[in-house]
Ligand binder design. Structure first.
Ligand SMILES: NC(=O)c1ccc[n+]([C@@H]2O[C@H](COP(=O)([O-])OP(=O)(O)OC[C@H]3O[C@@H](n4cnc5c(N)ncnc54)[C@H](O)[C@@H]3O)[C@@H](O)[C@H]2O)c1
Length: 452
């Protein structure tokens, strides 16, 4: 099939490259010339494991551009994958989606038969909004074309985006007629039937059930994305709420939540207590759900509490440091991890940044290390008054505390004996509950987890 992807960020590029790998003819459009230049050379513009290899294998068969052309707009499927950031009132900002729809409408050629797909996370009603922008645009140009709009929310996780693209639990398509549903079923057929040869390094998991193809209305498809993210965010916030009480009664939240999660009705995933979630999706999508509730005069206390608990966790990390050091002013803190989670360079809404800012406000000297996020942090947060260290050990030099904010693999294998020798005081705040408390205690560290 001929596929055009509009917006090649984490979602658009992963989707485009995976579809090209599956044999589709893919054109990727991004309005950022630096992104397109990088893609034309076969280099992903962001960090995502497995993506460089897959792009190297596919980019010669793909087209890249900064502008839609009539040819690209006449593809069988057009996937809108642009950003939908939060507006001041919490609602998703549809400006980029609307701009993409307007550009598509201005380029669709006479006689085209295409399905335009909202893959971006968009508020309820957006499929209808995109359809009307396109119909108005075509009418204005006097162009006759068959254009259907479908909603196809994306559920990939940064850090394992390629895996999620090839081995999803489900593919959700919302449309008002069977034509676009059938076309998208064909687009994803190899994934739905698992008939492709797995890309090297991304093996098909054993005993995997086939993905479920969920077909529904655009409104339900749009709402299911928000509901999914709110639920995952709520699981983590729930674990964090229990962590607070575990701290007070002297329980270990990691053991408590393991016991809870082993109940198959609940499941073990997304129950890790710690510094809380970040990233471009959970906060934005929970806020958008709350904004939707507001529009209908409907209070959503679970979604509100999910956000509140999450923001509190960032303060908890700093409070633990205050308890450990007593006086934070004048201390040196090694901040391990900047990105919102491991295996990505994404710093959007990263808890580490809030913690760093607060520590600087409190008068600490913050020395950060992150395996991939430092360059981007320097660039995107020039106001952040922290120092950057080349290695975790360098960050710990003469430090009074190590604060672990992102559970990068590299932090799990550091030589703690060497860390101890470099530090002025041996305090560890484990913001992800991933370190070996007993080993650290043996080495003379005072260990503080979250809810342990
Ligand atoms: N990142 C995730 O993990 C994830 C997961 C699921 C869903 N989503 C959703 O997918 C959407 C995209 O997210 P992302 O993280 O990939 O965003 P991103 O910010 O990484 O990428 C968006 C890209 O779109 C480009 N763009 C914007 N307007 C354009 C236009 N008119 N024409 C061409 N290009 C344009 C930008 O230059 C940018 O490169 C959002 O709605 C997000 O909520 C994201």
């Amino acid at each position: 099939m001929r596929v055009t992807v509009v917006g090649t960020g984490y979602v658009g590029l992963t989707t485009g490259v995976a579809l090209a790998y599956l044999g589709h003819e893919v054109t990727c459009i991004d309005k950022n010339p630096a992104v397109v230049e990088s893609l034309r050379e076969g280099r992903p513009p962001f960090h995502e494991p497995g993506l460089p290899e897959l792009l190297r294998a596919t980019y010669r068969s793909m087209q890249f551009g900064t502008q839609l052309t009539p040819e690209a707009a006449g593809a069988d499927v057009l996937l809108i994958c642009v950003g939908t950031p939060t507006q001041a009132n919490g609602d998703a900002d549809l400006r980029y989606v609307e701009a993409a729809a307007t550009e598509i409408a201005s380029m669709i050629p006479e006689g085209a038969d295409t399905v335009v797909v909202n893959k971006s996370t968009v508020p309820v009603g957006s499929a209808r909004r995109v359809a009307s922008i396109i119909q108005d645009g075509l009418a204005h140009r006097g162009v006759q074309a068959q254009v259907a709009v479908a909603s196809n929310p994306e559920f990939l996780r940064e850090g394992s985006a390629i895996y999620d693209m090839f081995y999803p639990d489900r593919i959700v398509v919302g449309a008002t007629s069977s034509g676009p549903i059938d076309r998208l079923r064909r687009l994803y057929e190899a994934i739905l039937e698992q008939t492709f040869t797995p890309p090297s390094g991304i093996p098909r998991p054993d005993s995997r059930e086939l993905p479920v193809f969920v077909t529904t209305t655009p409104t339900s498809a749009e709402l299911c994305k928000y509901a999914s993210n709110a639920f995952l965010a709520m699981k983590i916030s729930f674990a964090n709420e229990i962590a607070g009480i575990a701290d007070r009664v002297g329980a270990d939240v990691t053991e408590v939540m393991r016991a809870v999660g082993l109940d198959k009705r609940i499941g073990l995933r997304y129950l890790g207590a710690g510094a809380g979630w970040g990233g471009s999706c959970f906060g934005k999508d929970v806020r958008a759900l709350l904004a939707l509730g507001d529009q209908y005069g409907y209070e959503m206390p679970l979604a509100r509490g999910t956000l509140e608990v999450n923001m509190r966790q960032r303060r908890v990390v700093v409070e633990k440091l205050q308890q450990a050091l007593k006086v934070v002013r004048g201390s040196t803190v090694a901040l391990w991890g900047l990105t919102f989670k491991p295996n990505t360079d994404d710093l959007r809404d990263a808890p580490a940044l809030d913690v760093a800012r607060r520590l600087v406000e409190l008068g600490a000297r913050v020395r950060a290390h992150d395996p991939v996020g430092m360059e981007r942090c320097r660039r995107e947060h020039p106001d952040l008054a922290i120092e950057y260290a080349e290695t975790p050990l360098d960050a710990a030099q003469d430090a009074d505390a190590v604060v672990l904010m992102t559970e990068w693999e590299t932090f799990l294998h550091v030589d703690w004996g060497a860390v101890a020798e470099r530090m002025r005081e041996r305090v560890v705040i484990d913001g992800r509950n991933v370190l070996d408390r007993e080993m650290l205690t043996r080495l003379g560290f005072r260990y503080w987890g979250i809810g342990r």
